[in-house]
Design a binder for this molecule. Structure first.
Ligand SMILES: [Zn+2]
Ligand SMILES: [Zn+2]
Length: 345
């Protein structure tokens, strides 16, 4: 099932040699698993036709809703440095571990994880997870039931909680992405390219009308409807996908699967902030590029977000950012004319 994904991402399929020793007897009777696996097979086959969705889902297994963009580095640190050290055993042992973690975190794609690990897709996945912006496909959540971005969930509770003056930034981002009630110059139609949620909360007075007009609403959410099968011969048929009921993302009793032998101490390593920086830059850039003018919030002055301004000044950003630049330029021109007028008056 992962072969098309290998092909798409330029990775070589490497199947391990079967070994005669060291095998483990499965705890649950395997014959009990066959019927459900056979039932799921058509879904796995359909899924494998979309390498982007497969990669997004595998990488998304390490995404977590509660982790904001500025803590991605610390969150990934144990996985990248301690679990996948490569020193504790063979590289294959590492990938087996990765598949186990993936299967525990996303039980409904566990078969996909086993396939990814045995066929040698793991290094590709790790390479992409390591960055703050793994590949993200908006179809992956409705097709698999595995949420993989904060935009996949509607959140819970009222939009303003505890203090009516504040709204969480993930909610600001979600509301900006809704189709606007009234036309404005903002353009948030595409989803952010990083799955990690923006940190912190915004003052509602700093938010656009697109956001504040929903403060008293019940939560809004997008629902996936269907896709069309368009065969060369015959009529188009609609397919509603895997499941419309929410699926738990974590296996209930993961300790049943793992034999914890003894605590292990690890060599201390300096924290690598690259993933946090990339995720933060990406998620705040989405807000800035699609918005209008300079955001009033002081977080945009942060050193980690400096690149947004550098890009803007050098004029590297195309498209929507171009409009902002021309607006900015128009403002400076007006200023100059006014200065000139006052100097000649
Ligand atoms: Zn509303
Ligand atoms: Zn609904």
């Amino acid at each position: 099932m992962t072969f098309p994904t290998h092909q798409y991402y330029g990775s070589t399929v490497q199947l391990p040699f079967p070994s005669a020793t060291g095998g483990k007897l499965p705890t649950a009777s395997i014959s009990l698993l066959w019927p459900s696996l056979i039932k799921e097979l058509p879904y796995y086959m359909t899924l494998s036709c979309s390498p982007e969705v497969v990669m997004s889902t595998l990488c998304g297994s390490f995404w977590e809703l509660e982790i904001p963009c500025n803590l991605v580095g610390p969150w990934l640190h144990p996985l990248l440095n301690e679990v996948l050290s490569g020193t504790s055993g063979t590289v294959n042992h590492d990938y087996e571990m990765l598949a186990l973690m993936g299967a525990i975190r996303r039980p409904n794609i566990s078969a996909l994880w086993i396939g990814a690990a045995t066929s040698g897709l793991a290094p590709k996945i790790i390479q992409k997870v390591r960055r703050g912006r793994p590949p993200l496909d908006a179809l992956a959540f409705p097709w698999t039931g595995c949420p993989q971005s904060f935009m996949d969930t509607a959140g819970s509770g009222p939009y303003t909680f505890m203090n009516a003056e504040y709204i969480s930034r993930p909610d600001v981002w979600r509301l900006l992405h809704l189709p606007p009630k009234e036309g404005d110059d903002l353009c948030y139609r595409n989803r952010p390219s990083t799955p990690w949620a923006p940190c912190g909360a915004s003052k509602t007075k700093d938010c656009a009308l697109r956001v504040t007009s929903h403060l008293r609403c019940n939560r809004h959410e997008y629902h996936y409807h269907h896709w069309n099968w368009d065969p060369e011969e015959g009529a188009v048929s609609q397919d509603y996908g895997f499941s419309t009921t929410p699926i738990s993302t974590i296996t209930e009793y993961p300790t049943d699967l793992l034999e914890i032998k003894k605590p292990k101490t690890f060599q201390k390593k300096e924290l690598d902030q690259m993933a946090s920086r990339e995720a933060s830059l990406d998620i705040f850039r989405w807000f800035f590029i699609n918005g209008e003018g300079i955001p009033p919030e002081t977080i945009y002055e942060d050193d980690w977000l400096k690149e947004i301004w550098d890009e803007d000044e050098s004029g590297e950003e195309a498209g929507e950012a171009g409009d902002q630049e021309s607006q900015g330029l128009a403002a400076t021109c007006r200023d100059r004319v006014e200065t000139w007028l006052s100097s000649v008056a």
